[in-house]
Write a protein that binds this ligand. Sequence first.
Ligand code: HEC
Length: 130
Amino acid sequence: MKRLQMLAPVLLGLALGAGLTATGASAQQLDLDEVFRCSGETVSHENCLAARQVLLNDCTTCHTFVPIVMQSFDENGWRGLLTRHVENGRVTQVPPEQIENLRLYLAENFNGELPPPDLPPALLETWTSY
Ligand code: HEC
């Protein structure tokens, strides 16, 4: 009996996995290198990765990353957005130099000149969920 109880979660997991595959839900993959691209000359590859890390760790507790990569601002626009977020206490854990790196990263990669990243519909729906 004990053995069966231990098996149950495993079987449930297998059933769920099979279900997802059958509906095609697991067929959609997200290439983080494409979404969080590093397209310019100003921000080094290393700093791009650092900015991505901040985005995923500190910018996705209230909304998803979708509004961030779909929204296009120039350098001043991103400055305004980030300053607003910091000053009204939304983002408190990120040191100023990392905010500045994030601003340069966003301005170089999400500025309206490059097309927005190609995101699956289920993610795009989260754009307005704040
Ligand atoms: C504590 C919650 C919270 C955190 C954390 C947060 N945001 Fe937001 N964000 C909001 C809210 C609320 C809005 C909608 C109102 C607004 O635009 O200020 C928003 C809106 C946005 C928008 C859309 C603005 C527009 O004009 O469409 C962007 C882009 C954005 N946030 C970027 C970021 C970035 C970058 C970070 C990390 C540095 C971040 N957010 C972290 C709460 C948060």
